[in-house]
Design a protein around this ligand. Structure first.
Ligand SMILES: Cc1cc2nc3c(=O)[nH]c(=O)nc-3n(C[C@H](O)[C@H](O)[C@H](O)COP(=O)(O)OP(=O)(O)OC[C@H]3O[C@@H](n4cnc5c(N)ncnc54)[C@H](O)[C@@H]3O)c2cc1C
Length: 431
């Protein structure tokens, strides 16, 4: 049977766009079906009426110097800026500088590694059995796991963290960069190949056999059928698990899928009328150079500024457990809870903090039915899960997305882009 498309890509996030652009360059007939009215997925940049700085509701940082992202940055001659500033922590009612945070984290990590952990266990279990069990750094380490990795420390695989650490060393992931004009600029290059993208096309069911796929799609003009010889599934992990009906079912992927879990985080962007927190000389700390402020155990345990750019913006970040606790909360309740955290830490009455707010914006990713979380993490013993997941089925079903990067770069935009490139490359080889 001849089809208008050789390949259909489902999902126009970083992975789907990267794949479509590569296929288009190779002259392979392809179209992208995206359920939402915009492209980008978890890259979600918006403009603020109160600041010339782009505002990120999803990804903000380029972690380290990953080759795929840096190549795009160079091709587009896009300015990027290294994140800086001092690190502080709020403990026992006081804000103090924490200049050696990374050195401590490294000490803890290498101290644990020296124990020689052969059999994979959860990071929490390993921490509890280590000499760091009662260390003052323990809450920071736990908060980092829940925040940065968006993971449940009692479930996340220790070995997977070590493999991510190894990858991180290669790309200097202790450094991070921002794209002042917005993360969405990075994806613009993929549009230069003019891929055929259909927005508001929600894929509900995929019927497949070797070399034939038929997609049942809800569109603004009613239900349509799209046919092709292959499909790249570049949808978020929870959608792959239960959001699309497959006929026949993806039984061959059940095991790897059950080993990869969706992490949870919540971020809120605040634009204030002035950087009121800087006026407070708290003890010996001067917050004028604030980069990050950590307060483990607090609902919003991490805050950051836009340093080195001086602005009136702060970002509040809540990790895994807090986000689970926000299950039934509305956006304005979540924003209110973030402001309460800030009020306590800056010793400024809530009403006064509220008066400084010009704008507060967040996107509750756990409530977004097309995403259902933040980014993926691996369960104990799941060393091969991502590699098993990404293996194509019958040269017909291909997989891409941040949850498919099995070399330690999952959960990132760069990792998602690489998996998109890889899916396109595999298809070219299979043709
Ligand atoms: C709050 C937050 C902060 C983050 N911060 C960073 C950061 O600083 N740095 C970093 O590198 N990464 C960060 N990440 C992770 C990063 O954003 C993701 O890893 C990456 O964007 C995922 O890309 P993707 O293409 O795999 O998936 P997505 O971007 O989620 O794209 C998948 C697309 O599939 C679409 N879709 C879903 N269901 C269907 C369907 N049935 N039919 C058609 N389309 C469908 C969705 O609408 C979506 O557009 C962050 C994520 C979040 C949530």
């Amino acid at each position: 049977m001849s089809h208008p498309f050789e390949v259909i890509v489902v999902g126009a996030g970083s992975a789907g766009l990267a794949a479509a652009s590569e296929l288009k360059k190779a002259g392979i007939a392809c179209c992208v079906l995206e359920a939402s009215p915009r492209i980008g997925g978890r890259v979600f940049t918006v403009a603020s009426p109160h600041s010339p700085l782009a505002m990120e509701l999803g990804a903000e940082f380029i972690h380290g110097m990953p080759p795929a992202t840096l190549a795009l940055v160079r091709q587009q001659r896009m300015p990027i800026m290294e994140a800086g500033g001092k690190r502080f922590h709020f403990t026992r009612g006081k804000i103090k500088e924490f200049p050696d945070f990374w050195e401590w984290m490294e000490k803890l990590s290498s101290g644990i590694a020296k124990q020689g952990i052969k059999q994979d266990r959860s990071w929490y279990e390993i921490l509890e059995q280590s000499r760091y069990k009662n260390h003052p750094l323990r809450p920071f380490a736990l908060s980092f796991l829940e925040g940065f990795h968006g993971a449940d420390p009692t479930l996340i695989s220790y070995h997977s963290l070590k493999s991510a650490e190894k990858f991180g060393e290669k790309i200097q992931s202790d450094r991070s960069f921002r794209i002042p004009n917005g993360y969405d600029q990075l994806l613009q290059l993929f549009l230069q190949t003019d891929p055929d993208i259909r927005l508001q096309h929600l894929v509900r069911r995929i019927t497949w056999t070797r070399g034939e796929v038929s997609l049942n799609v809800s569109t603004p003009k009613g239900v349509k059928t799209f046919e092709a010889r292959r499909v790249i599934l570049a949808v978020p992990l929870p959608i792959l698990k239960t959001g699309i009906e497959f006929s026949p079912a993806l039984t061959m992927k059940e095991k790897p899928l059950s080993h990869i879990l969706m992490g949870q985080v919540t971020r809120v962007n605040f634009e204030f009328d002035e950087p009121f927190w800087q006026g407070k000389k708290q003890e010996q700390s001067d917050l004028a150079d604030l980069g990050f402020l950590l307060s483990p155990g607090r609902e919003f345990g991490t805050w950051w500024s836009t340093h080195p750019i001086r602005s009136c913006r702060l970002v509040a970040w809540a990790g895994y457990q807090s986000t689970l606790n926000f299950k039934d909360a509305t956006e304005s309740e979540v924003i209110g809870r973030a402001l309460n955290s800030l009020s306590v830490m800056t010793k400024t009455p809530p009403a006064q903090v509220q008066k400084h707010v010009l704008e507060a914006r967040c996107h509750l990713w756990h409530k977004d039915q097309l995403i259902q979380g933040a980014y993926s993490f691996l369960k104990v013993g799941a060393a091969h899960a991502m590699k098993d997941l990404v293996r194509p089925v019958d040269k017909t079903l291909y997989f891409a997305g941040e949850h498919c990067h099995y070399q330690g770069n999952h959960a990132s935009v760069d990792g998602a882009i690489e998996t998109g490139y890889q899916a396109a490359k595999t298809i070219r080889a299979d043709l």
